[in-house]
Write a protein that binds this ligand. Structure first.
Ligand SMILES: *[C@@H]1O[C@H](CO)[C@@H](O)[C@H](O)[C@H]1NC(C)=O
Ligand SMILES: *[C@@H]1O[C@H](CO)[C@@H](O)[C@H](O)[C@H]1NC(C)=O
Ligand SMILES: *[C@@H]1O[C@H](CO)[C@@H](O)[C@H](O)[C@H]1NC(C)=O
Ligand SMILES: *[C@@H]1O[C@H](CO)[C@@H](O)[C@H](O)[C@H]1NC(C)=O
Ligand SMILES: *[C@@H]1O[C@H](CO)[C@@H](O)[C@H](O)[C@H]1NC(C)=O
Ligand SMILES: *[C@@H]1O[C@H](CO)[C@@H](O)[C@H](O)[C@H]1NC(C)=O
Ligand SMILES: *[C@@H]1O[C@H](CO)[C@@H](O)[C@H](O)[C@H]1NC(C)=O
Ligand SMILES: *[C@@H]1O[C@H](CO)[C@@H](O)[C@H](O)[C@H]1NC(C)=O
Ligand SMILES: CC(=O)N[C@H]1CO[C@H](CO)[C@@H](O)[C@@H]1O
Length: 764
């Protein structure tokens, strides 16, 4: 409770004024390092990445805490992220390159200066000094033959929680050497490993999973100090450049194996100091897993398992953040006010592969039923950026450079929603992914009618080869085995086949597909192992022959539902017998002419019903188009001319009059979001039907798929005037001749793997 600042209800005002009084104060920080090998003179190169979050972007320097911290050769700072609604702060990352003459462990400590008047070096919101230190061990491991690599983790600098909503913060931790990663609360002020040196009592930490649970009591700020450590899973020896060595035991190894060699290394002499006070570690944090650990401490110390772990850890890295407790939320259910993440947002802890000079794109979709998404707060390596592409969608982008090859980087994000009166702000759960910058070879070739993907088979692909497929599994011509050889996976598909989805915006047409191991058999519930997403972007100003107009069925697959398709068709009349032939696209309509549309689901699973949640008309074939006309919303008909015709459970037949909106644009598409539900399951979205957006909707139960977006078109309005849509760029309906030189070919590959995660969680 020491670090809690009580706050009256006028929270935002107070925080802002507190901020101006303490403009250099901190919300926390973190330190990461990467060994970068040795230079020609034999010096060890290390890259330190510290993140500091202060009110006015102030960044403090470090001092050498112990041993030889080497000399700095380069340093640069970059703004990573800033500001939550009504709260000003900013996080900078400073990348510092250091050369050290020996591989003996050393430690750096922040900040370099304190000034209580300006708040420099103090925690924001209380009068306590701020500080963090990192223990860097570059010793050569006997198992890898290389310098130890520290654990990878990150957290958002500031997370907000409504006072009445208990919350857990699950840190994503990953270790490139496969070590076990544990988190502890630093407790020893004498070693400068902490300044607060205890967890607020409202928090508890599970050291093995690095998850914090929090039951808020007061409005205000809580500050969290954690230390992340790596423990080899098997006994290894770590050798230093001066010939000394330490024997590192995994934490579960018994007491008698603790070697004396450890005390001879610099690492141990420094950690010994920490271990003497580790017995003070609060009992509240002791978990079941630890009490079963039979390890004993090194000679100097009392019987605390904590102290043993400190001694056996190779690296110690600080991770700190602040939690701001806001006023009560009317509901704590995720998705009501607290925003949730929706597909295709990557799951927490997933490993993504990125490539040098290739932009990694992470698409995030988020929503809250009774609040509006204000922002996505993203932290990651220098150079990371985000773009908002619609009300509820963001793309996080990062382009690694050659320098980042073979490193791992955490990217974390939180979605922020606020109520329309601006009085309440809500943060989602914390999500983090780990990006590995690989030298995986993949090429995507986009040409006028087809996409070719060639991916060199690495061990990961070879391991999963039998499960890999394109989005559409049903079409035999999309089988990956057809063109692949022993060294490469090769897929060639036409632009409208194999489950390729099409999006359009003002400038480009985008085709997306992926090679994935995603489940299709509903009986299997294993998580995805590999996703290699690729896309082709064609600028519209080029004259492209796309060779198609009418959309083939959309194929999806979801755990529990297997593979299913949706077909969206225009029909001649309300009998829904004759669909409008593909050759007649774009479909010409007269103003006020009735248009007849059918959406049909086809599944291998019996007793599923189709629900059409929304339909909109958009000038581009892009479900996120900002310009649109609403036809159906939340299952409720919004256009007066809409007629719904009876149909089977797997069909939705409807009609409406062609309207002026169509005439305002050269072409118009109809885009709908659809859901499949198991029939007879109460509480599904399908069983709820029309739910006006301002009324409170019952929580959706299981038994339903996620929302899928499908579209058909284009439509265009026949006009009497001759001025129709001239020079309006690409018209999918007319086979304009291709000018090859004008096509910008832009292939992007995103590669995901959870292999590392599966490894990491196999042994706890
Ligand atoms: C490291 O070694 C180089 C050359 O041997 C020497 O010039 C430099 O001062 C040393 N640096 C430190 C920090 O000891
Ligand atoms: C501390 O901060 C105040 C306010 O910014 C400044 O006037 C003062 O010079 C600082 N003190 C030192 C020792 O830098
Ligand atoms: C965090 O982990 C705990 C247990 O490990 C789990 O119960 C909880 O749902 C997780 N929370 C989030 C937000 O993932
Ligand atoms: C990445 O781009 C830089 C500069 O354009 C170039 O020097 C480098 O060779 C490229 N690296 C790779 C792996 O393509
Ligand atoms: C396999 O296919 C790739 C890509 O088409 C090609 O570069 C490679 O030479 C082929 N390898 C063999 C062994 O045929
Ligand atoms: C799905 O299951 C069937 C039999 O249960 C099997 O024959 C088929 O190969 C499986 N498909 C996939 C993609 O795993
Ligand atoms: C596209 O083709 C039309 C007619 O063939 C031509 O007039 C126009 O200049 C072309 N546009 C581009 C960008 O090449
Ligand atoms: C539904 O799918 C099955 C097999 O995938 C196919 O044989 C059938 O023709 C499809 N039905 C419709 C109405 O598309
Ligand atoms: C990098 C970053 O997130 N910058 C943001 C800082 O805050 C301003 C105003 O809130 C944003 O416009 C920037 O995008």
């Amino acid at each position: 409770m020491a670090s809690v600042t009580l706050m009256p209800p006028l929270l935002l005002l107070l925080l802002i004024s507190a901020a101006s009084a303490q403009s250099y104060s901190f919300f926390g920080g973190s330190v990461a390092f990467t060994p970068k090998g040795r230079d020609s003179n034999g010096a060890y190169e290390v890259e330190l990445r510290d993140k500091q979050t202060s009110v006015t972007c102030y960044q403090d320097g470090y001092t050498c805490h112990y041993a030889d911290c080497g000399s700095e050769t380069q340093s640069s700072s970059t703004l990573i992220t800033n500001n939550s609604y009504g709260l000003e702060w900013c996080q900078y990352e400073t990348v510092t390159k250091v050369k050290v003459n020996s591989s003996l462990p050393f430690a750096v400590r922040y900040p370099a200066t304190y000034n209580s008047t300006s708040g420099e070096g103090y925690w924001n919101g209380n009068d306590k000094q701020w500080g963090m230190s990192a223990h860097v061990d570059l010793g050569t491991r006997s198992d890898t033959g290389q310098s130890n690599r520290p654990p990878i983790t990150s957290v958002l600098p500031l997370i907000r929680v409504p006072r009445n909503c208990p919350r857990s913060f699950n840190l994503t931790v990953f270790d490139p050497d496969g070590d076990q990663v544990r988190c502890r609360v630093p407790t020893d002020p004498s070693t400068r490993e902490c300044t607060l040196c205890s967890l607020p009592t409202e928090f508890s930490l599970d050291q093995n999973s690095c998850s914090l649970t929090f039951t808020p009591v007061y409005n205000g700020k809580y500050h969290i100090e954690l230390m992340v450590q790596d423990f080899p899973r098997n006994p290894i020896t770590v050798t230093y450049s001066d010939g000394t060595y330490g024997s590192k035991q995994p934490p579960s190894v018994g007491r008698d194996k603790q070697t004396t060699a450890e005390t001879t290394t610099a690492a141990e002499t420094t950690t010994a100091a920490e271990t003497t006070t580790a017995a003070e570690t609060t009992t509240a944090e002791t978990t079941a897993a630890e009490t079963t650990t039979t390890a004993s401490p090194p000679t100097t110390v009392p019987t605390s398992t904590e102290s043993f772990q400190t001694a056996a850890a190779l690296s110690q890295l600080p991770v700190q953040f602040s939690v701001v407790v806001d006023n009560d939320a009317p509901s704590c259910l995720d998705g009501d006010f607290v925003p949730i993440f929706l597909t295709p947002t990557p799951s927490s802890g997933v490993n993504l592969l990125a490539f040098v000079n290739t932009t990694l794109e992470i698409k995030v979709r988020t929503s809250a039923q009774y609040a509006t998404i204000n922002d996505l707060i993203v932290t990651g390596p220098s150079g990371i950026s985000k773009q908002r592409i619609s009300l509820e969608e963001f793309v996080i982008q990062w382009t690694p450079t050659q320098h980042e090859l073979d490193d791992h980087f955490p990217i974390c994000f939180v979605s922020e929603a606020k109520t329309s009166d601006d009085n309440s702000v809500f943060h989602s759960e914390l999500r983090c992914v780990i990006v590995y910058v690989g030298h995986h070879e993949a090429t995507v070739t986009c040409n006028q009618a087809s996409i070719t993907v060639e991916v060199k088979k690495d061990y990961l692909i070879k391991h999963n080869e039998n499960n890999l497929h394109l989005n559409d599994l049903m079409d035999p011509s999309c089988d990956l085995a057809a063109r692949s050889n022993t060294t490469h996976l090769v897929a060639v598909m036409s632009l409208n086949a194999c489950g390729t989805t099409i999006e359009e915006d003002g400038d480009n047409i985008i085709f997306r597909n992926q090679i994935t191991t995603a489940d299709t058999n509903k009986t299997i519930s294993r998580t995805n192992d590999v996703e290699i997403a690729f896309l082709c972007v064609y600028p519209k100003r080029a004259n492209v022959t796309l060779g198609f107009t009418h959309k083939n069925p959309y194929t999806f697959s979801e755990k529990g539902f297997g593979a299913f398709t949706f077909q969206f068709e225009f029909f001649e009349n309300q009998l829904f017998q004759n669909q409008i032939a593909a050759s007649r696209y774009p479909v010409e309509v007269d103003l006020k002419q009735m248009m007849f549309m059918q959406i049909e689901a086809n599944t291998s699973t019996p007793s599923l019903e189709l629900f059409v949640e929304s339909c909109r008309a958009t000038p581009y074939d892009n479900p996120n188009s900002r310009i649109s006309y609403t036809i159906i919303q939340n299952g409720c008909v919004k256009d007066d001319t809409v007629q719904i015709y009876s149909s089977s459970e797997s069909q939705f037949n409807f009609g409406m009059e062609a309207f002026e909106f169509i005439g305002s644009y050269p072409e118009v598409y109809i885009t709908c979001t659809v859901i499949l539900c198991e029939t007879g399951v109460p509480g599904t979205r399908c069983s709820q039907g029309c739910v006006p957006s301002n009324s409170r909707r019952k929580r959706e139960a299981g038994g339903q798929t996620s929302k899928h977006s499908i579209s058909q078109g284009p439509l265009y309005l026949l006009k009497t005037s001759a001025s129709k849509a001239s020079g309006s760029g690409l018209n999918l309906g007319l086979n304009i001749i291709l000018i090859v030189g004008c096509i910008l070919i832009c292939g992007v590959v995103i590669y995901r793997s959870r292999r590392f995660r599966a490894n990491a969680s196999a042994i706890v």
